[in-house]
Each structure stands twice: as C-alpha cells, then as structure tokens.
Write a protein that binds this ligand. Structure first.
Ligand code: FMN
Length: 328
C-alpha cells in the first residue's frame, strides 16, 4: 500500500487525513476509534471563548473567596473530578495523550483575544501537540470596516502565540476582504498552518411557518471547490501549511487537495454521514488512486496543480462564466 505518511502542523503523521473538530472528537472513546480507523491526527471538539471566560471568572471569584491569589494554584486536570467544562477538556487532552499515538490538537472557537488566551498555556501543559484557533465573526456590521475584523483576528493569534510554544493553526472563513493577504499575515505571525474553510451555521426559511430554520448541518460532496481554488492559488506563496476542510467526502477529493498544495485535510461531515470507519475508506481510496497514478508518496503529488506549478493557471483566477453569460 502506498505510503501516506507526512507532517501535519509539523508533527509526523501516518496519513494526511485528520478528524476535524466536531462532536465526533469530544470523547476519549470516539477519538480512540478515529485512531483505530486510520486518522492521521485528531482536532478535539472546540472550547468556546465564552465558556473559558465564564468559567475562569467563576474560579477567580471562588479563589478570592477562599483567599487564593494565583490562578496557577489550581491543578486543572490531574486527580480532579471533572466538575466543569475546562477541567473536562484538559482531562480529555491528558487522557488522549496517554492512550493515543497520533497527534492530539486542541481547538478554541474565538472572536476576540479577550480574557481567555492565557488558558492556552493549560492546554499546552495538559499535553496537546498543537492548538487550532477557529476564528470568525460575521462581518455584518455596516459601520465596521473589514480591517477592524482583520486586526481583531490577528490580535487573537498574536496574544495566543505569546502564551504557548506548541504549533498553532487557524481555521478561517472565506469572508475577508483581502483573503490572500490575510492568510499571508497569519503566516507572517508564525502560525504553522491555515485551514480553509470552516463551515458555519446557515439560517434557512421555513415558508409554511414563515420562520427561520437551520440550513443543512453537513457539507455535500461538491462543497470543496472554494477550498480547492484558494489552496491552489496560495500554495508555495505562503510559508505556512494550508489544510483543506469543507466538503471532503472521498479519497479522490483528498488527492485533489494535496495536488492543489494542501499539507493535509480535515473531515467531519463525511464521518457523520458514513460513520467513523469512513476514515479507512478515505485512506484506502487515496492510496489506491496514488498507486494507479504511480505516485510513490505525498511529496510527489503535493502542489503539482497549484497556481505556481500548473501549466495554465489562469483558470484558477477566473470568476465569471463568460461563455455562459454570452449565451454560447
Ligand atoms: C456537527 C458539526 C460540529 C462541528 N463542531 C466544530 C467545532 O466545535 N469547532 C470547529 O472548529 N469546527 C467545528 N465544525 C466544523 C468542522 O470541523 C469542519 O471544519 C467543517 O464541518 C467542514 O468540514 P466537513 O465538510 O468535512 O464537515 C463542526 C462541523 C460539524 C458538521
């Protein structure tokens, strides 16, 4: 079988296929299964910034009441009962590191660098191999220019990097006014990688009840195209890794992402739809395709269809259906 080993966030992995952050990576039993079925690494279910801030406030108040002064006096995970979300999260990291061989990457959903970024230190102490920041604010305020959202995102990364030495990645939305430049700025701050693009809750309308209802939770098979384009456009132009996420449901799509230049891919919806064991199908399909095409390893494939390397890259920049609109 073709060797699929590579690096993810600079960490050696036996496969580029990583279990994305979701409820499927929220328990030790599930992530053990994900490893068993061949995940290269796991990104744990995210903690939310709000959860951290609220819980740290509660602890500080309790400590003041009990005459403790330093947050460091709390042992967050060893020999403690899981009595709140943060302790439970750190304990999950700690247990995962004891029980798994693959890298365990923690995850935080955040919109500001607020009052939480020092919690990243505890994540590192609990043993996480890396930390992914899932950063997104819907730029819906008509009075706020794009650069304000961008500066807020960059500040989160800067502040968090000051706390930890483990590799840091960011998972982003495509809603930046200057997306390529923004990714380059994350790169310049020293992130190990950028994951393109997260999937968000999308509202839909129920036209019988005339109410809002949630849109589809899971991605479909065609949803990978935006990530493919941007990875192909930026591969080799930024120094950090690029990871593909959104709409990766089969091994051929993984191969496309690597050909575009992705260092690895993250999957969630295809595991929800097909079960955790689908990871082994993805690995097998990727390996079989590479063998058929006589690629000996991922390095031979990586980036061959990127903007830098493709024979006729202009199509990657095309956005209008010219012929279609011209009626041809
Ligand atoms: C049910 C569900 C829960 C998710 N929870 C999180 C989460 O807690 N944190 C996060 O960063 N991404 C979360 N995601 C996004 C996934 O990690 C992934 O980036 C996204 O779904 C795109 O990949 P996919 O098309 O394979 O689902 C979630 C996705 C789904 C479908």
């Amino acid at each position: 079988m073709t060797d699929l080993s590579t690096y993810y966030m600079g960490l050696p992995v036996h496969s580029p296929i990583v279990a994305a952050s979701s409820a499927l990576t929220a328990s030790l039993a599930q992530i053990i299964e994900l490893e068993k079925y061949g995940a290269g690494a796991v990104v744990l279910k995210s903690l939310f910034e709000e959860e951290i801030v609220v819980e740290l406030d509660r602890r500080m108040n309790k400590m003041h009441a009990e005459n403790y002064i330093y947050p460091e006096t709390i042992e967050f995970y060893e020999d403690r009962d899981v009595d709140d979300i943060l302790t439970g999260y750190l304990k999950l990291i700690f247990e995962a590191k004891k029980n798994l061989d693959i890298p365990v990457i923690a995850s935080i959903n955040c919109v500001t660098s607020g009052n939480w970024h020092y919690f990243a230190k505890y994540i590192q102490e609990a043993g996480a191999d890396g930390l992914e920041l899932n950063i997104f604010t819907l730029p819906a305020d008509i009075a706020t220019p794009g650069k304000d959202y961008e500066e807020a995102a960059l500040k989160i990364v800067k502040d968090t990097m000051a706390e930890v030495f483990i590799p840091l990645s960011v998972k982003i939305s495509p809603y930046y006014s200057g997306l390529a430049n923004m990714i380059s700025q994350f790169d310049q701050l020293g992130v190990k990688g950028v994951a393109l693009f997260n999937r968000y809750f999308s509202p839909d309308f129920d036209m019988d009840e005339l109410l809002m209802k949630p849109g589809p939770i899971y991605s479909d098979e065609g949803d990978y195209l935006n990530s493919l384009r941007w990875i192909a456009l930026l591969s080799g132009k930024v120094g950090c890794d690029l990871y593909a996420t959104n709409g990766i449901h089969d091994g051929l799509t993984v191969a496309k992402m690597i050909a575009a230049g992705a260092q690895g891919v993250q999957v969630a919806s295809s595991l929800y739809k097909n079960g955790i064991a689908h990871i082994s199908t993805l690995n097998r399909q990727l390996a079989e395709w590479m063998e058929k095409k006589e690629f000996g390893g991922l390095e031979q494939l990586r980036g061959i269809l990127s903007h830098n390397n493709m024979e006729n890259p202009a199509g990657l920049l095309r956005v209008q259906f010219m012929r279609h609109f011209a009626g041809k």
